[in-house]
Design a protein around this ligand. Structure first.
Ligand code: ACO
Length: 422
């Protein structure tokens, strides 16, 4: 079978045949037919905007791999910092590389005092932590004179290290501020996830972090580290294509993640479950969704038309957490919703399955996080994915500044009318 595609312009009879590689053909074919011809593809449903060697996902089969490694294996055998190294460098670290990587991240976790005193303290007392995280990420770049030096590999590596190491510190700082609690400094003797939980929840001297809960936190970080060209990562790439510094680009990506159709869905799921209240109310809620009165949050995905593999892993992990914390009372409502939806033709025919956000909120809540922090918990590990894509884009000679075309539907040319004549 020929691995080519032939496009005929019926207006002119002109045709062009181009190769298909990796399931894609170059849009240069269209420009060859007619330089003014546009492919109308709102939301990029059929457009590959880049090549990428970072994450593979097959939405129909429910497969997710980071640099070729199945997410299930990484979730079971790896840890977040090792996964971060893998995403950024393409290979799992050797012992020596791992040791250096952990040392470097651990020794970049501190934040300039003015970040807290002058910047974070300036927020209104009830500011949303994700809004604070977005702004603080952008502000962080202003503390480093080399932030914009993205051409030098060493400098870019330094910015990457800073953003990955300081994201948990910023997140915890925003939380402590919103709770009116004193800031807890990073503790270099703790690993990435334990240090984050310590900065979040330590009150007094006798705080002990439960290893089961630390493992659950680390697992959630692994599962959220990357997910190829989603809305936030695409934002990161678009901003990076203008060669903006990684702090500004990451702040833009985090803003996209903030939206309830994206990373904000985990927060929306808990509000939805609380609104439903008990399993008796599930059928009425599902009927409302089918009647178009709102969506079943945590269900459906642009790419997964099967069970999101991350949701399977999270659902299992939830039970380990609940053994320590006691069962989240909303779990029964979630299970009933899933069971009802997966038997209902509305959801089955549209291939709507639980996504990563359906069960993650239940664990976050059991770990003691307020719902407003949920999207921040997503942003911390996703920072790694964003930065991997940022570096990949800068090294890709096919890339230029992003600049989509449009299909103009406005008024044709007309003359200005003076205000007294309108
Ligand atoms: N509940 C009810 N119906 C839904 C849902 C849902 N959660 N998701 C999609 N549908 C329906 C749509 O109404 C549409 O029906 P129609 O064909 O009769 O018009 C059909 O399924 C297709 O939906 P689209 O909106 O076209 O699908 P799209 O790929 O654009 O949306 C999205 C994907 C945004 C994730 C959507 O499924 C959704 O809104 N889900 C709820 C929010 C959510 O959980 N987001 C988290 C996604 S994971 C992440 O970002 C980390």
């Amino acid at each position: 079978m020929a691995e080519t595609i032939t496009i005929i312009d019926d207006r002119t009879g002109k045709q062009v045949t181009v190769p298909i590689a990796g399931g894609a053909f170059s849009s240069a074919a269209l420009r060859e037919l007619d330089p003014k011809l546009r492919m109308y593809d709102p939301a990029f449903l059929s457009t590959a905007a880049c090549k990428s060697a970072i994450t593979y996902l097959d939405g129909d089969a429910g497969v997710l791999r980071y640099r070729g490694y199945p997410i299930e294996q990484l979730a079971e055998k790896s840890n977040f910092l090792e996964v971060a190294y893998l995403l950024l460098n393409g290979e799992l670290p050797t012992d020596a590389q791992n040791e250096k990587w952990i040392y470097d991240v651990t020794h970049h976790t501190m934040i300039h005092e003015n970040m807290r005193k002058r910047f974070v303290d300036g927020f209104h007392h009830d500011a949303h932590p994700m809004g604070m995280f977005v702004s603080a990420t952008a502000a962080l770049g202003t503390f480093y004179t080399d932030a914009k030096d993205i051409d030098g590999t060493d400098s870019l590596h330094k910015q990457t290290l800073r953003l990955i190491a300081k994201s948990p510190t910023i997140a915890a700082m925003c939380y402590r501020f919103s709770m009116g609690l004193p800031f807890v400094s990073p503790n270099n003797s703790l690993d990435y996830s334990a240090n984050f939980l310590n900065m979040m929840f330590r009150i007094g001297d006798d705080y002990r972090i439960n290893p089961v809960l630390t493992k659950a936190m680390d697992l959630l970080f692994i599962l959220h580290a990357d997910h190829e060209q989603n809305c936030g990562t695409t934002t990161m790439r678009v901003v990076a294509s203008a060669h903006a510094d990684p702090y500004s680009a990451a702040a833009a990506a985090a803003s996209a993640l903030y939206g309830p159709l994206h990373g904000g869905a985990n927060e929306a799921v808990i509000h939805m479950l609380q609104g439903i209240g008990t399993i008796d109310n599930v059928p009425a809620f599902i009927a409302d969704v089918k009647a178009g009165k709102g969506r079943l949050m945590g269900f459906g995905h642009r790419v997964y038309k099967n069970y999101d593999p991350r949701a399977t892993i999270i659902k299992k992990a939830a039970y380990n957490v609940f053994e320590v914390t006691g069962k989240n009372p909303l779990l029964d409502v979630a299970l009933k919703l899933e069971e009802t939806a997966l038997k209902d033709d509305y959801f089955v025919s549209r291939k709507l399955y639980p996504n990563v956000d359906f069960y993650s909120g239940l664990i976050y809540q059991a770990l003691g996080f307020p719902v407003e922090m949920f999207t921040v918990l997503f942003a911390i590990p996703r920072m790694t994915g964003w930065l991997a894509h940022y570096a990949e884009l800068l090294q890709d000679s096919d890339q230029k500044i992003s600049r989509p075309m449009q299909w103009y539907t406005g008024v044709d040319s007309r003359d200005y009318v003076a205000i007294n004549k309108r």
